[in-house]
Design a binder for this molecule. Structure first.
Ligand SMILES: Cc1cc2nc3c(=O)[nH]c(=O)nc-3n(C[C@H](O)[C@H](O)[C@H](O)COP(=O)(O)O)c2cc1C
Length: 185
């Protein structure tokens, strides 16, 4: 028997993205965003409420970075999702995060999170919160690389479980994309 749960914003696995931005005075902020994803092959799409300091910053600077939340920084990544720089301007320092300015876009990269997507703003609709960004670059610290490629086992990204409000670590490789299905062709 299957059970219906109604219209819910539920999906597995849901990303946990840490969106970092600068305000007009160059102060860095970051927020947690889980209602997000890759849009086409060159863009990211997110649903961000217009009241967030992050949104004001991105509209001012037309740029942001997206870091993957990881197992080592669960507390810090959750903190930036429950505190606003509207109220606590030194929120990032309280989280224990430090930043380096991206060389590609006018936004900070969080040093402690080893993989980031650097983006420019494409569009934002304040009525729906729908924001689209253009991917300018992806960078990753060499500590999470194997044979020159990003290794999820080293990166240890977490996912958001929207049903139980928990963070879940990614598991094992169980197949090869664009390949295993060929057995059934
Ligand atoms: C797990 C989690 C997921 C979240 N996802 C989103 C999201 O997708 N969109 C959004 O607008 N806010 C989301 N939030 C809330 C923001 O991260 C939060 O309001 C934050 O304090 C905004 O910070 P700021 O005002 O400094 O930008 C999420 C929070 C958590 C803990």
């Amino acid at each position: 028997m299957r059970q219906d749960f109604g219209a819910k914003p539920w999906s597995y696995p849901q990303p946990v993205w840490i969106i970092a931005s600068y305000d007009e005075d160059g102060n860095a902020d970051a927020m947690n965003a889980a209602w997000t994803g890759i849009n086409d092959t060159t863009q990211v799409a997110m649903c961000l409420s217009s009241g967030h300091k992050t949104v004001k910053n991105i509209l001012a600077k037309k740029a942001f970075t997206v870091s993957m939340a990881d197992v080592k920084h669960v507390v810090e990544c959750d903190y930036v999702g429950i505190e606003s720089a509207n109220k606590v301007p030194d929120k990032l320092a309280k989280a224990g995060f430090t930043v380096t300015k991206s060389e590609k876009v006018d936004a900070p990269i969080i040093n402690e999170l080893p993989m980031a997507i650097e983006c420019t703003l494409v569009s934002y609709d304040p009525s729906t919160g729908h924001m689209v960004g253009e991917i300018v670059n992806v960078n990753a610290d060499e500590s999470v690389l194997a044979d020159g490629k990003i290794d999820p086992k080293k990166l240890q990204p977490i996912t958001f479980d929207p049903v139980n409000n928990t963070y879940v670590a990614l598991g094992d490789v169980v197949g090869n994309a664009f390949k295993d299905g060929a057995k059934l062709k």
